[in-house]
Design a protein around this ligand. Structure first.
Ligand SMILES: [Zn+2]
Length: 251
């Protein structure tokens, strides 16, 4: 909640919400008197939101949903693939994905001023200043610790892996950027710069390879055309399995 929300006036005609099942979709219909048009809205892990006025009949809404079916399916699928590492608490024995395996956390006290997560032999050591030991860490702190961990490991590992794949496929980018993003696993710009999401370090190396091949192939085809997929599948055979792994474990 921001200050802006706090001061935002409440809508005068209170909106009413209904929940339906239509085909395989969950649909939330929010009606308000003033609304003239019908709109569809999608959010991750949420029913399809339909905003409309009080008098639109269910049949009409269902007809519009059917007309928009391919748009809905495509975008619902996209939403379900967004990278969302579930925010853990980072308590001792909580497990964190790294290179496809779940690693248990062991907390220990550090004299350093801030928290660090580091790889140990068979666990991840969470070094915490004494005053942070007992309490549950705030979501912001957890985010910072994980971000720093995945970025640090990503910067070590991803350039090496990219080089290997670039050599094998003979597709080399101009530049590699490693970031920490919420919306995608990787991207490729028209200037031949490839960005990889450090969160991909949570996945096994064959899944990381799939993401790298996916982006490298965009150096040849800046789209997802038939030619694109022909090239991508020629360089890596298990893109579907990789997508499934990401979907099942990290979303
Ligand atoms: Zn793509």
């Amino acid at each position: 909640m921001s200050l802006f929300d706090f001061f935002r006036p409440r809508p005068s005609d209170s909106a009413k919400s209904e929940l339906w099942q239509f085909k395989h979709w969950q649909v939330q219909v929010i009606r308000s008197q003033r609304r003239k048009t019908l709109s569809l809205e999608l959010k991750p892990d949420h029913p399809i939101i339909v905003r409309t006025n009080k008098s639109t009949r269910r049949k009409e809404i269902e007809k519009i949903l059917l007309q928009k079916q391919s748009w809905l399916e495509k975008n619902l699928d996209k939403l379900s693939r967004l990278p969302k590492l579930k925010p853990p608490k980072l308590r001792s024995d909580d497990k964190i994905y790294f290179l496809g395996k779940k690693w248990p956390i062991r907390r220990s006290v550090t004299t350093l001023k801030s928290a660090f997560l580091v790889l140990a032999e068979d666990h991840l050591k969470l070094l915490l200043p004494a005053e942070m030991m007992k309490e549950d860490l705030s979501p912001t702190m957890v985010h910072q610790i994980l971000r720093q961990f995945y970025l640090r490991e990503g910067k070590k590992y991803l350039p090496v892996m990219l080089n290997t794949v670039a050599e094998r496929t003979q597709l080399a980018p101009q530049r590699l950027r490693i970031g920490y993003m919420n919306s995608r696993w990787g991207s490729c710009s028209s200037k031949r710069a490839i960005s990889l999401n450090a969160k991909i370090m949570a996945a096994p190396s064959w899944v990381i390879e799939s993401v790298i091949v996916h982006e490298l192939c965009h150096l040849k085809h800046m789209n997802h055309s038939k030619e694109y997929w022909k090239l991508a599948n020629a360089h890596f055979a298990k893109h579907d399995e990789a997508d499934r792994w990401l979907h099942e474990h990290l979303s």
